[in-house]
Design a protein around this ligand. Sequence first.
Ligand code: BOM
Length: 143
Amino acid sequence: DVHVMKDVTLGFGQALDKCRQESDLTEEKMEEFFHFWRDDFKFEHRELGCAIQCMSNHFNLLTDSSRMHHDNTEQFIQSFPNGEVLARQMVSLIHGCEKQFDHEDDHCWRILHVAECFKQACVQHGVAPSMEMMMTEFIMEAE
Ligand code: BOM
């Protein structure tokens, strides 16, 4: 549900700082990773796709062809509290999105499109966390 997605996003977002430099994702293009869930967030910077690729690699979530590694991704999600309620659903939503953009050869652009598609799918399935929820938790974790 939405709380699990919040936790997974914040966990995944831990790799952002490590990936900023190699992907050229400046704070102007994305301040914090949880902004991903803002209603008005724009998926327009290729650098964000590169950063998500780097972050996914950090957690060993991609195959050699930079597609989602299904088993590792399922285990990653299951490592969060109640993760098992969302793991299979998330993997299947991401995979559905991958199939839509498989023709895109540029990994950074393809992953950016997959990420946007994944967010839309989460909104449609009612598992997208609210921005208020994300910010509250983010501030609590920083304190
Ligand atoms: O084909 C490459 C697949 C790349 C997956 C991109 C999925 C979108 C990730 C952005 C949001 C992340 C929130 C939680 C992490 C899930 C693993």
